[in-house]
Design a protein around this ligand. Structure first.
Ligand code: SAM
Length: 518
C-alpha cells in the first residue's frame, strides 16, 4: 500500500472509530441537544489556536470533484493500457492466491461517451472518452494477476462499461451524454472477469438502429467466441444471424415452391434444391426435409483466423467439407442499389476492405457494419468455394458452397469477381498466392457508373501488380455472384409506396457519424 493510500485508510479507520464512538456513547449521543450546545460552547471558549489545531487534526473525507478529460478514440488504446497498468499496481496490494485467470476489459459507448472513473489513493480521476458510436473495446490479457478471495463477483445489472479487475480502490462508471460533452452523470459499475453480456444488444436498443429484432438477430457472445477463437471481432461490426432489410423489397410468393418429394427431401434430388430454392416451412416432408440449410443455419465447423496480407479469413475446422456442401450464408444489410451508390460515394472511399455483394438487380448485401462469418471469407483466383443466389421464403439470399473437398485448416475462398464501380478507385492487389493469380481482385467496368451487372470473366492483371506492400490500395468494389448461378428466382418487387431510398436511413446517419468521427 503506498503512502497516500495508507494515510487515507488510517484516516478512514479513525473516522470510522470516532463515528462509532459518537453513536454508541450515551454522552455523545447526537440526538441530545443539551450535549450539543455544551460541546459547542466549550469549543468556542477555547483559544483560537487550539480550536484551529483541533479542527485540522479532525479526519476529513476528501471530496474532490472529478476532473473531466476528453479522450479521442485514438487515445483509447493508451488509456486502456494505462488502466491495465494501474490495475496491476493496485492488485499487488491484494493478498495473492494461486489462481491465474484471464481478464477482460470491455468498454462500450452507449451514447458516444464513456467515462472512466477511478479512485486511486484518495484522489478521484475521471476520464471521458469519446468513442465512435456502437463501438466496443475488448482486451484480453493473459498476464498472471493476483486475485483476492474478497474480490467481488460480477455486478449483474451494470450497463456496458469498461470493466476491469478492481478492488475497493477503483471504480468505473459509464455516463450518458446527450449532445453535450461536458455534462455527465456517472453511474456505478464494477469489475468483472470475462463478462458474457452481449454489449451490442444494449447499444442497438439505445440507438434505435434498424435491426428489426436485435434479441433474435444479434449473435450471442458464445457464437462469436466459437467463430473467433483467437481473434477479436472488429469494434465497428455487429455479428448478425440473418439479413437485415433496409430496402423495402417484398418477398416473392413462395407457396408454389412445393417440391415433389414424398417422404423426405434429399439434396440433389429435391426439385427445389436443384433449382436453388429452399423448401419452406409447409414442405410436406416436415422435419425430414433436408433442404432448409439457410433457415437452419447448417454451417460446417469453420473459424476465423488471421490470413497473412488479407486481414481476417475463414478456414475449415473439421476434417473435411465435402464438395457441394453449403458452407455459410453471406449475411449483411440488404440495401437498394441507390442506397448502395450513396453509401459508397460518400462513405466507403477510405475503406481498406470491401464487403458489398451483388444480390440481384435491385439489391446489394452490405456487410460492412453488420454481417456474419461469410463476410470474412477472402478471395482467391483459384478458389475452393463459390457463391450462389438462392430463394429462401421468397427472398434472395447468397450462399457459399464448396466446389471441391476442403480439408482441415484450409482457407475457404471464393472468387469475388469484384466490380470496381468508379473511375478513380484502384484495383486491390490480390494476395491469394495461387499459381493462376491474376494479380488483382476484379477489374473496372467499362462504364464509370455502377451498373450492378456481374462480370464473370477472368480478372486481368495490370500495372497495379507492382504496387508495394506497404501502401495498400484503396478501391471501391462490389463482389458478384458467380454468373452461372445468376438468380433463378422471380424478380423481387420493390414496395414503391413505401420507398424511402432517397432519404438517409437511421443506419446511414449512424454510419456518417462513425466515418466523421474517425
Ligand atoms: C469481404 S472482405 C474479407 C474479409 C477481410 N479480409 C477482413 O479482414 O475483414 C474483402 C476484403 O478482404 C481483402 N481480401 C480478400 N481477399 C484478398 C486477397 N486475395 N488478397 C488481398 N486482399 C484480400 C480485401 O481488402 C477485400 O476488400
Amino acid at each position: 500500500m503506498n503512502q497516500k493510500e495508507s494515510k487515507l485508510s488510517s484516516h478512514h479507520k479513525q473516522e470510522k472509530s470516532s463515528s462509532k464512538t459518537d453513536h454508541n456513547h450515551p454522552a455523545t449521543n447526537g440526538s441530545n441537544p443539551d450535549h450539543h450546545s455544551s460541546v459547542k460552547k466549550a469549543f468556542r471558549e477555547k483559544p483560537l489556536l487550539q480550536r484551529f489545531r483541533e479542527c485540522s487534526n479532525k479526519p476529513r473525507r476528501r471530496i474532490e470533484k472529478p476532473t473531466v478529460c476528453t479522450w479521442n478514440s485514438e487515445q483509447l488504446q493508451a488509456l486502456i493500457k494505462t488502466f491495465q497498468e494501474y490495475e496491476k499496481a493496485a492488485l499487488d496490494d491484494v493478498e495473492p492466491t494461486s489462481q491465474e485467470q484471464d481478464y477482460q476489459i470491455n468498454a462500450v459507448s452507449i451514447e458516444k461517451t464513456c467515462v472512466i472513473y477511478d479512485h486511486i489513493g484518495g484522489t478521484y480521476r475521471t476520464k471521458r472518452i469519446e468513442i465512435p458510436l456502437v463501438s466496443s473495446l475488448s482486451f484480453i490479457t493473459n498476464e498472471k494477476h493476483h486475485t483476492s478471495s474478497s474480490e467481488s463477483p460480477s455486478l449483474p445489472n451494470t450497463p456496458p462499461a469498461l470493466l476491469s479487475r478492481s478492488s475497493s480502490t477503483s471504480s468505473i462508471s459509464t455516463t450518458k451524454s446527450n449532445t453535450s460533452t461536458t455534462s455527465s452523470k456517472a453511474t456505478t459499475s464494477g469489475m468483472k472477469v470475462k463478462k458474457k453480456k452481449n454489449p451490442f444488444m444494449k447499444v442497438y436498443k439505445k440507438l434505435k438502429l434498424k435491426i428489426a429484432n436485435p434479441e433474435k438477430n444479434i449473435a450471442k457472445p458464445e457464437l462469436i467466441e466459437k467463430y473467433f477463437p483467437n481473434l477479436k471481432l472488429p469494434d465497428d461490426f455487429v455479428y448478425i444471424l440473418e439479413n437485415e432489410r433496409s430496402s423495402k423489397t417484398l418477398p416473392t410468393a413462395h407457396n408454389d415452391n412445393r417440391c415433389n418429394c414424398t417422404s423426405k427431401c434429399v439434396k440433389h434430388e429435391c426439385l427445389n434444391y436443384l433449382s436453388q430454392v429452399e423448401c419452406s416451412s409447409d414442405c410436406q416432408c416436415g422435419s425430414l426435409c433436408d433442404n432448409k440449410m439457410f433457415t437452419n443455419m447448417q454451417y460446417p465447423n469453420i473459424v476465423c483466423f488471421y490470413s497473412k496480407g488479407k486481414g481476417i479469413g475463414v478456414k475449415c475446422n473439421q476434417p473435411i467439407i465435402k464438395k457441394g456442401e453449403f458452407i455459410t450464408e453471406y449475411v449483411g444489410e440488404v440495401i437498394s442499389i441507390k442506397r448502395f451508390e450513396k453509401r459508397t460515394s460518400r462513405k466507403y472511399h477510405k475503406s481498406l476492405h470491401h464487403y458489398c455483394m451483388n444480390l440481384n438487380e435491385n439489391e446489394i448485401i452490405d456487410a460492412t457494419w453488420m454481417g456474419n462469418i461469410g463476410r470474412f471469407i477472402n478471395h482467391s483466383c483459384d478458389p475452393n468455394a463459390c457463391t450462389q443466389v438462392w430463394s429462401v421464403n421468397g427472398y434472395d439470399k447468397v450462399g457459399i458452397f464448396a466446389i471441391r473437398d476442403i480439408m482441415f485448416g484450409e482457407e475457404i475462398t471464393y472468387n469475388y469477381h469484384f466490380t470496381i464501380y468508379d473511375e478513380v478507385s484502384e484495383q486491390q492487389v490480390c494476395k491469394c498466392g495461387a499459381e493462376t493469380c491474376t494479380g488483382v481482385i476484379g477489374k473496372k467496368p467499362s462504364s464509370p457508373s455502377f451498373s450492378g451487372s456481374s462480370d464473370s470473366e477472368a480478372d486481368t492483371p495490370d500495372e497495379s501488380e507492382n504496387e508495394s506492400e506497404g501502401s495498400p490500395k484503396r478501391s471501391l468494389a462490389v463482389s458478384n455472384v458467380e454468373s452461372n448461378n445468376e438468380p433463378s428466382q422471380k424478380k423481387q418487387k420493390i414496395d414503391e409506396s413505401n420507398s424511402e431510398d432517397d432519404d438517409m436511413s437511421e443506419n446511414d446517419e449512424y454510419y456518417m457519424q462513425f466515418i466523421d468521427s474517425e
